[in-house]
Design a protein around this ligand. Structure first.
Ligand SMILES: [Zn+2]
Length: 316
């Protein structure tokens, strides 16, 4: 097996550290495959594994991007970020100033370095992992046509609405410029399945972009039905230190309308009074008591499949 260091040296150097390019045989789109924007999320290496198996795309360019090399190298297993969460820094300086961001820090510096690399792409695929076990899900942005089309090519749950609560991500920065960008959470940080999912995502997106040789990777050309659709509509950033869940919750667990989720000394937390509520990204209790956690849990609603998904199911 190829070592990670060897994989990360695939392709040709560019002027930007951590960004390397593999050129295709003909001109075509530029697709960025990015992992490790959070330094403790190694599953993105599956993107490089796919690039190794592929060799060269038939057209266009693949840009392989190590999101935050300094955070990867900062400790064994990497750290999420050094001082400020890099994937919340893609905002204007005034907003970052009010958040107390260190403009001399390594995370801000990396954001400045990455912007031109990302702006040069036609499509960005950004691979992340979660601290809790979860089925994989695509953070979908139905507002951007191409991002929406590419998201639907992945056989995973599709989550919309998160941009209301999480600001300053690299993908959102691109989407706001009307560039296509797809974020996928491929499982827990060290899940053994996570790198294989990143591999499959690279294959499916490059197949959609018509950059793979015709006689290879038939498994990534066959359209599969996208997973369930969840729209996130409610965010509980913080709970009191004595908070307890009433039971164990997993990501996407269906809830009863108004069901009690947990309690602390100050209040009782209930599912919203809507049809088909689900809990989204429930933090572990230990994490909830951690001062730096500002996303205790979310609520969403599971919605009917899109019309095009029904069509896919019938023609599959
Ligand atoms: Zn991440």
């Amino acid at each position: 097996m190829t070592s990670t260091a060897e994989l990360l040296s695939l392709g040709d150097d560019t002027a930007i550290p951590g960004v390397r390019v593999i050129r295709g045989e003909k001109p075509g789109p530029t697709v960025g495959l990015m992992g490790m924007l959070h330094g403790n999320e190694p599953a993105g290496v599956g993107l490089w594994q796919f690039a190794e198996v592929l060799g060269r795309p038939t057209r266009g360019e693949i840009h392989l991007i190590v999101g935050h090399p300094e955070a990867v190298a900062a400790a064994p297993g990497g750290v999420r970020y050094i001082r400020d969460d890099l994937n919340r820094l893609f905002l204007d300086d005034n907003e970052l100033r009010t958040k107390g961001v260190d403009f001399d820090g390594p995370d801000y510096r990396r954001m400045l370095e990455l912007k031109p690399a990302l702006a040069a792409l036609d499509v960005l695929v950004d691979i992340h992992t979660t601290s809790q076990p979860s089925e994989p899900f695509v953070i979908g942005y139905t507002a951007q046509r191409e991002a929406h089309r590419l998201s639907r090519a992945l056989p995973y749950a599709q989550v919309d609405g998160l941009h209301q609560f999480i600001h300053g991500s690299a993908t959102q920065w691109l989407l706001d410029r009307d560039n296509a960008a797809v974020t996928v959470e491929v499982g827990a940080h060290l899940s053994p399945e996570a790198p294989a999912r990143a591999f499959e995502i690279a294959g499916r997106i490059l197949a959609e972009m018509d950059m793979l040789p015709e006689d290879r990777f038939p498994e990534f050309r066959k359209r599969s039905k996208p997973g369930r659709r969840v729209v996130v509509g409610h965010h509980v950033p913080k709970v009191a230190p004595d908070f307890r869940y009433v039971r164990h919750f997993q990501n996407f667990d269906p809830l009863e309308p108004g069901e009690i989720i947990g309690e602390d000394g100050e209040r009782t937390y209930r599912a919203p009074m809507i049809d088909n509520p689900v809990i989204f990204m429930p933090s572990a209790e230990a994490t909830l008591r951690n001062d730096t956690n500002t996303d205790a849990f979310f609520f969403g609603v599971e919605v009917a499949p899109a019309i095009e998904d029904d069509h896919l199911a019938q023609t599959a």
